[in-house]
Structures are given as C-alpha cells and as structure tokens.
Design a protein around this ligand. Structure first.
Ligand SMILES: [Zn+2]
Length: 215
C-alpha cells in the first residue's frame, strides 16, 4: 500500500490593491492599479468581456426585405450594431419582474425602414427610447437598388458577452509598467470606459457576496 502525503504550503500573497486613476481618451480608458497582483486586474478584465451587460437587437421581424442580403444575414447585421446603453433604467429580461415575458423595463422596440436606393445605415434605426439607440450612425447594414425597400421591427434587450459577443462592451487587456498594472478598456460605444469599469466592480462584488453566502 502506498501512502501519499501532500504538503500544502500556505500562500501568503496579499490581494490588496490600490486603484490610482482612470484616464479616458476617445473610446480608450486606462485604469491604473498599484501594488496588486495581475490576477486581481485580470478578474476585472474577464468580468468586462463576459458579464458587463449592454443592449443589442435580439429579435427582428422582417416585413419587407428587397435587398440582396438573406433575411438571416440582414437580422444578424442589425444584432451586431452597438447600442448606447442605460443600465440604470432597464433590467435583464431573465431577471425582470415581468417573468421574462418582455415589458417596458427589459425591452426597447426599434424599427428600420428605407425605400430610397443606396446604402442603409445604422442611423436609419428608430428607437422608442432616445437613451438606447445606435452608438454610430454610419455603419452600413445593407444596400438597396432602385425599387427595393426594407422594413423591419426589432426588439433590443440587455445581454452579456458570455452569451453572445454582440453584447460585449469592448476590448479589455492588461499592460504592465514596472509596479503599475494598467487595465486598458476600449469601448465599442455602448457604455463609457468609466461605466464599464464601475459595472465590472459591482458585478465582481456581487459574485464575492454570493460566494460568501454559500460558504
Ligand atoms: Zn420585463
């Protein structure tokens, strides 16, 4: 009989950190951390990519699609358009009081109609809530020839990057400069870098509380 004994050495690394500043320029924000371990900053990075919610079009009802794109491709392109997001006013549909049926607190209705020939841009999408609309007006969705037209009704909902990349709020990566670790956030336009970071802090605290309650 073999007896195996494993010696576990206690790790005494300190997971304390000091956040120094957030600097924003254009769509890029840099959060500076001092005296911390990369793993802590990486936890924020992973939460940002996967669990900071944003709005994206999820359901598309196509009334007319005379363009060369298949209905599925047209709907897919609509889903990928970044939408400005107001996290304070909406619930995730899965957590909403309506029981995931869909209501004014978890859905935003949009529509897109065009009958003139030429490109159809994201700016043609009309939203019932001015706070939730395309972040950029010049993203081409499809192209129409003379006599062709499109008409579609859409529903946008909050979602997370772990479900589909269309809900990811941006890129996030680490840069090391000696004892300082920078968390670089490049927003796709739905939320500001500061809102992305602040939301990631809330999500991470929520996870730690959930773990504490289960222990
Ligand atoms: Zn609802």
């Amino acid at each position: 009989m073999i007896h195996v004994e494993r010696k576990v050495e206690e790790e005494e690394e300190e997971y304390k950190f000091k956040m120094v500043s957030i600097k924003t320029e254009g769509n890029k924000s840099i959060v500076e951390f001092k005296s911390t371990h990369n793993t802590i900053v990486n936890a924020f990075r992973r939460v940002i990519l996967d669990e900071v919610p944003t709005f994206a079009i999820e359901d598309v009802e196509i009334v007319k699609n005379g363009s060369a794109l298949y209905d599925e491709t047209f709907a897919h392109r609509l889903g990928l358009i970044p939408l400005t997001t107001d996290l304070s006013a909406y619930n995730m549909k899965s957590d909403c009081k309506c029981g995931s049926v869909g209501c004014a607190l978890c859905e935003v209705k949009m529509s897109i109609t065009q009958s003139e020939s030429g490109y159809v841009y994201s700016g043609s999408i009309k939203s019932e809530d001015p706070a939730v609309k395309p972040a950029f007006d010049t993203i081409p969705v499809t192209k129409l020839l003379d006599g062709q037209e499109i008409e579609a009704n859409c529903v946008a909902i909050l979602g997370c990057g772990k479900t589909h990349a269309k809900w990811s709020p941006g890129h996030a990566y680490l840069q090391e400069n000696g004892k300082v670790v920078d968390l670089v956030i490049e927003s796709f336009g739905q939320l500001s870098g500061k809102d992305i970071f602040n939301t990631s802090v809330d999500v991470l605290i929520g996870k730690i509380e959930e773990l504490e309650n289960k222990l």
